[in-house]
Design a protein around this ligand. Structure first.
Ligand code: DHK
Length: 155
């Protein structure tokens, strides 16, 4: 836990289609935390590591691409769970390739324990690291990881 108050780095956390429904499905594939609870957890973690956080969700590929482009020159790092677009989106991959900061890919579930079509991620190609299967804890770890990678680069 940091004691200073002013954030010295900026992280954008981008969430893809249907992430707004986390915690609501009967099977609890994505745990029991609702999306607002996950957001609150991430905001607290970001504050703890001295980062300013922008936590965003869209069901639309183009909106996610726009946000990744906007993050250039503004964010030091991105955490991204592109959800179902992880396995198909060349536009999101291309936008991330043009982002100069650190990138951590996060998934609530362990995508490799699931259907074969979830085993190949386009995002992993550009991610510094991948965290999957740890639910909301993984989201917090992803924020810590980006902060650590950015600060290490500055030293
Ligand atoms: C979330 C989704 O919505 C799925 O489409 C992915 C990912 C997995 C997750 O585990 O967070 O396949």
């Amino acid at each position: 836990m940091r004691t200073t108050t002013a954030p010295d780095l900026t992280i954008w956390f981008l969430n893809g289609p249907n992430a707004n429904l986390y915690g609501l499905d009967a099977n609890k594939t994505y745990g029991s935390d609702s999306f607002p609870v996950l957001q609150a957890r991430c905001e607290k973690k970001a504050a703890d590591v001295g980062a300013s956080l922008r936590f965003l969700q869209s069901n639309h590929e183009g909106v996610l691409v726009d946000w990744i482009q906007e993050a250039r020159g503004v964010a030091d790092g991105i955490v991204i769970n592109a959800a179902g677009l992880t396995y198909s989106s060349v536009p999101i991959l291309d936008a991330l390739m043009a982002f100069p900061g650190r990138i951590v890919e996060a998934h609530m579930s362990n995508i490799w324990k699931r259907e074969a079509f979830r085993h190949h991620s386009y995002i992993s190609r550009v991610a510094d690291g991948v965290i999957a299967g740890l639910g909301g804890d993984g989201y917090e770890f992803a924020i810590e990881a980006v902060a650590k990678l950015v600060r290490r680069e500055r030293t």
